[in-house]
Structures are given as C-alpha cells and as structure tokens.
Design a protein. Structure first.
Length: 273
C-alpha cells in the first residue's frame, strides 16, 4: 500500500452550506481510484457517519470516521462580540481572535469513535455560538483513541502563523501534542494554490516535530464532480435541474482559480454551459 493514497479530509453533503458530495458517489469514486480507505470529516457534525460506514462496507472500502470540529479560541462558553462579517475561517471578534477555529479529528479506535460522539454532542449542547464549538477542556477530557491534525488555514496553529505569531503557533501545536500524544498529532499540509498555504506550509514542515499528512479538503459539487468524472452530459443535466429549481436569473456559474489542475480543466467547460 506504499503507493496508495487516502483522502482523510473530506466534506460530504452533510457539511451544511459547504460540501455537496453524495455518499454513494463519493465512495464509488474512491473505489474507482483504487483507494483502500476514505475519510469523512464533515463540519461540526457526524450526521452522515452511519450511512457513510454502511456505504463503505458495501463497496469494500475501509471507512475512516472523523469530523472537522469547530473550536472556540479558549472556552466553549465564551460569547465574544462579532466584528465584521463571518467567513469560512471564523470571522473576527472585537478581541482580534476568531469566533471559531477548525480542527480535524479522526477516530483511531472504538473508544475514539465514542469520544467523537461526545465531542460533537457537547459542541451543540454547551458550545453553540454561531457554530457548535468544542474547546481545550473537552479535548483533554475526550481525546483517547483520537488522531488530530493541525488543520487547515482556519485552525489555531495556522491562524497564529498567518498573524506572524510563530511562538503562539508553536505553543498551540505543543498543547495539541500534549493532549493527543506525539504519535497522534499530525501536521496537515494543503496546497490549493493559495498564497497563504505557500507561506505556511514550509513553516509547518520546518518547525514542528510531528508526522506529516497531505489533504485537499474535498468538497465536490454535483456539477463539477460529473465533469471530473468525464460525464459532461450528467453535468449539464444537473445544471439544468438546478436552473429549473431556482430559475434562469437565480442560478450562477461559479468560477474559481487557485491554480488547481481540476479547476483549470473545468472552468472552460463551465463557461460554455
């Protein structure tokens, strides 16, 4: 399996207002690509886990259960005043921090799965503020059997790096390592062609003594997924279905260019729709 690859940071249709990948199609794509396993890390919830597990078992792929948790700056009970707009990385507060941060968590054992359930539930019951949030206290209490990563650009460690706070980033990475253990914290690297990632990836590699994993934060809208699978007719039919629902004046073609090969392939096709 040395030459195999597994997507461990994946958003499905259960990542509200973010992911769009249907579970059966997602798992089938992993099978077609020869992936031995595939993860699920929906934002702040585990709604799709049971269906995902059944789909993976049915199609012969190992399911890796996880979540991309939202995390408070310090305490899940804090309610800071918001400043400006909310963005994917959590927006800003009057104190200069974020309303929430991202943290990728994966279950390594059955106990880890149970702890994920506890964290996801308590995030809603005790930490909900714009998003369901956990905190350092809950991580310390429910860390057994879990693997954590430093996360995406919206994570505690990366946010500190982006603000020029190298010591703060190191302190937060050390705190995560103290909680999860040296063997269960990984430095997560992503490259979507973003300048911020090109700035932080070398620092992550150079400064932190932890294992490395490469992820893409897979999302997968239905139109683009059809195009990437070579099904242009299917893409056109899905776009037409969206237009039937929303109307010609209320459906827009979204173009993104982060220098990613898939976007360079699909953008011209989107323009022609």
């Amino acid at each position: 399996m040395a030459d195999s690859f597994t997507h461990l940071h994946v958003h499905t249709e259960f990542s509200m207002l973010d992911g769009a990948a249907r579970l059966d199609e997602l798992v089938a794509k992993a099978v077609a690509d020869g992936q031995p396993a595939i993860g699920i890390t929906d934002h702040g919830n585990m709604y799709g886990v049971l269906e995902f597990y059944k789909e993976c078992r049915a199609q012969g792929v190992k399911p890796v259960i996880g979540t991309e948790a939202y995390m408070a700056h310090d305490s899940r009970r804090e309610r800071p005043a918001r400043r400006g707009r909310i963005d994917d990385s959590g927006g800003d507060t009057e104190g200069g921090n974020k309303l929430y941060y991202h943290l990728t968590l994966l279950a390594e054992t059955d106990q880890g799965y149970r702890n994920l359930i506890q964290l996801a539930s308590l995030a809603f019951m005790e930490g909900y503020y714009y998003k369901p949030r956990i905190d350092w206290e809950l991580l310390a209490q429910y860390h057994d059997g879990l693997i954590a990563t430093t996360g995406c650009l919206g994570g505690h460690v990366l946010q500190s790096l982006l603000h020029g706070d190298g010591k703060g980033a190191l302190d937060k990475a050390a705190r995560l390592q103290d909680i999860f253990g040296k063997d269960n914290l990984f430095v997560e690297l992503q490259d979507h062609g973003l300048a911020a990632q090109h700035e932080t990836n070398p620092k992550l590699i150079e400064r932190y003594s932890a294992g490395l994993i490469a992820t893409t934060g897979c999302l997968g809208g239905p139109v683009l997924q059809s195009m990437l699978n070579g099904d242009d007719r299917g893409a056109l039919e899905k776009a037409a279905r969206l237009q039937d629902i929303f109307g010609k004046d209320n459906l827009f073609v979204e173009l993104q260019d982060h220098g990613i090969a898939a976007q360079l392939e699909t953008n011209p096709k989107l323009v022609e729709i």
